[in-house]
Ligand binder design. Structure first.
Ligand code: SAH
Length: 224
């Protein structure tokens, strides 16, 4: 692992301690940290920003979108409590970085992106880098990806005004959904939604976050 990636892991560990009263733990699952240590974030950021690739902050990736802050990637991944046999859905492929991290922890990652150019670039990048258990799709993640449902875990990496009903429907009993809720430029909350064995949903606020918005409409309806 590069020294810069090690430094980033140390920064994540520090921020976990700072926020321990909110997140209810002082360290994340070591498997999550190992997964993050294995992924070269520099491969997922624009060429002119590689110098900042291992800073613990979000970075622009074009089209008004961002690659999330490493601490948030780590925290959201940890909240999913993933196991090697799990199948996961990500809404908001963006750069593909979060998908690459997830791919180290589970059997299969399905990821969906509404901006065609971003989705295609990320699919090519993930393939080139050898993340063969990630499947990318261009479409509206507000509707989930019913073809491969139900999922053990669902992660939404854009802020929604409410929990999309299609996503809780596509979650297995015992499954977990992690989603930022709120509006752009307003305080948002990272939420954990657990579906119990009876299919009932239990939600918990984790902490304040800042994400780009989840678009509810299909890209084709908006963009000719
Ligand atoms: N997980 C990404 C960061 C994503 S930024 C990474 O690791 O880099 C949020 C992404 O969600 C953006 O690329 C945005 O285009 C996408 N997005 C927003 N609304 C969406 C929707 N309804 N369906 C699919 N993707 C969506």
């Amino acid at each position: 692992m590069k020294a810069s990636n090690k430094r980033m892991l140390a920064e994540i560990e520090r921020e976990v301690v700072y926020t321990s009263s909110l997140i209810g733990k002082r360290e994340l699952d070591p498997r999550v940290m190992t997964a993050i240590g294995k992924v070269s974030r520099e491969e997922f950021v624009p060429a002119d920003l590689k110098y900042y690739a291992y800073d613990n902050g979000p970075l622009p990736i074009g089209y008004g979108q961002t690659i999330s802050q490493p601490y948030i990637v780590a925290l959201m991944t940890d909240l999913l409590q993933l196991e090697p046999e799990h199948v996961v859905l990500e809404v908001g492929t963006g750069s593909g970085y979060q998908a690459a991290v997830l791919s180290q922890l589970v059997k299969k990652v399905y990821t969906i992106e509404r901006i065609e150019a971003l989705g295609k670039d990320s699919a090519a990048r993930l393939k080139k880098l050898g993340y063969h258990n990630v499947e990318c799709h261009i479409g509206n993640g507000y509707e989930g990806w019913p073809a491969h449902a139900p999922y053990d875990g669902i992660i939404v990496t854009a802020a929604a005004s409410h929990i999309p009903p299609a996503l809780t429907k596509q979650l297995k009993p015992g499954g977990r959904l992690v989603i930022p809720l709120g509006f752009p430029d307003m305080p948002q909350e990272l939420m954990l939604v657990e579906k119990d064995a009876q299919g009932e949903l239990h939600t918990r606020n984790i902490l304040g976050v800042a994400f780009v918005p989840l678009q509810e409409e299909s890209p084709l309806a908006e963009e000719p």
